[in-house]
Ligand binder design. Structure first.
Ligand SMILES: Nc1ncnc2c1ncn2[C@@H]1O[C@H](COP(=O)(O)OP(=O)(O)OP(=O)(O)O)[C@@H](O)[C@H]1O
Length: 318
């Protein structure tokens, strides 16, 4: 059934979105909620169905079933598309054009009038760090400059929602910081950003909210605080692992991993709900008679969460 939901005011809302290719569901009941004006990270391993989802949200691929609403309308509606910006990961540039010609071409395709383009093109070139380079042909651009130019194209028509697929993959560390600042600037203007990136430390710094997908399904989605706020990963290095200690630790938190491969050495990864449980962990280790060599609490990060989720054998709906 393809009934359109009522406008929830969200930038993106999908319900049970599915795409089947040759009998295989590559997007399999995906439900997403992306509030307006936020930066949303869309994460998952290779082949998880991220690009296919983005293509459905852009109206480039038709869903097999389920519903997708973008800026309150259907992705296939040209009036909706006119309010979207898109930077694909593998952009094919017309390398015989100058950056200005390329942007004029894309601006005209997006329906931006010529007088507006004359003002807007130098502005977006400046924004992406290509000010004064617009008259050079793209064949002479570096990979990073091409990526910046693609970003300029995505921002050209004042979109309300921008899809950025690996926007910093060709950029050096300075360029990455600059793109982060551009994304933060977009948010400050109320523009919603849907960011697909494998650079999790970057996602962590810029995103308000993320979703993890695997095998076409959302494993988890929420604000950074919801996803990372409620857990303190602690690594314990012990001399031995006495009988019963794991059970005691499991009452204090979640035992995520144990490593007993090296004789005379045991490592336990424990996830606690709060930092103030650390003394109780130390007490439990001492009471068990084990020697405690190290107890290292870590700041939770997206990479840890990503790796943990990726190891989860059972895929469940969020
Ligand atoms: N047009 C198509 N026909 C058949 N299978 C397809 C098509 N497009 C994508 N797929 C398959 O769907 C699955 C998901 O692909 P998709 O590109 O959406 O993943 P992804 O999460 O974006 O991966 P990556 O991180 O590697 O870019 C893959 O197994 C891919 O081979």
């Amino acid at each position: 059934m393809n009934t359109q939901p009522s406008d929830t005011g969200a930038a993106i809302e999908t319900r049970d979105l599915r795409k089947v290719y040759r009998g295989r569901a590559v997007v399999d009941g995906l439900s997403l909620h992306v509030p307006r004006g936020e930066v949303f990270g869309f994460l998952g391993p290779n082949g998880a169905g991220k690009s296919t989802t983005v293509k459905m949200l852009l109206g480039l691929v038709l869903p097999s079933s389920g519903v997708a609403q973008v800026l309150g309308g259907r992705p296939s509606d040209p009036r909706v598309r006119a309010r979207l910006g898109f930077l694909p990961e593998q952009f094919r540039f017309q390398t015989w054009m100058t950056a200005e010609e390329f942007l004029r071409f894309h601006g005209r395709l997006a329906g931006v009038p010529d007088p507006e383009l004359r003002v807007r093109i130098p502005q977006v070139l400046e924004t992406v760090g290509l000010g004064g380079r617009g008259r050079e042909t793209l064949s002479g651009y570096s990979k990073g400059m091409l990526q910046r130019c693609g970003l300029a194209g995505a921002l050209l028509a004042h979109p309300e929602l921008v899809f950025l697929d690996e926007p910093t993959s060709a950029l050096d560390p300075i360029g990455r910081v600059e793109v982060r600042e551009i994304i933060e600037g977009l948010r400050a203007q109320g523009v919603s950003v849907f960011l697909n990136s494998h650079l999790l430390s970057e996602v962590e710094q810029v995103c308000d909210r993320v979703a993890f997908v695997k095998a076409g399904r959302v494993l988890m989605q929420g604000s950074m605080r919801e996803l990372l706020g409620g857990v303190v990963p602690v690594t314990l290095r012990l001399g031995t692992l006495p009988a019963g200690l794991l059970d005691t630790l499991a009452r204090l938190g979640e035992v995520r991993h144990t490593d007993l491969q090296i004789p005379g050495r045991a490592e336990v990864e424990l996830w606690l709900a709060q930092e103030d449980q650390l003394p109780a962990v130390a007490d439990a280790v001492h009471a068990s008679g084990a020697q405690l060599y190290a107890m290292t609490p870590r700041r939770p990060d997206l990479e840890t969460l990503f790796l943990e989720l990726n190891e989860t054998p059972e895929v469940s709906h969020a």
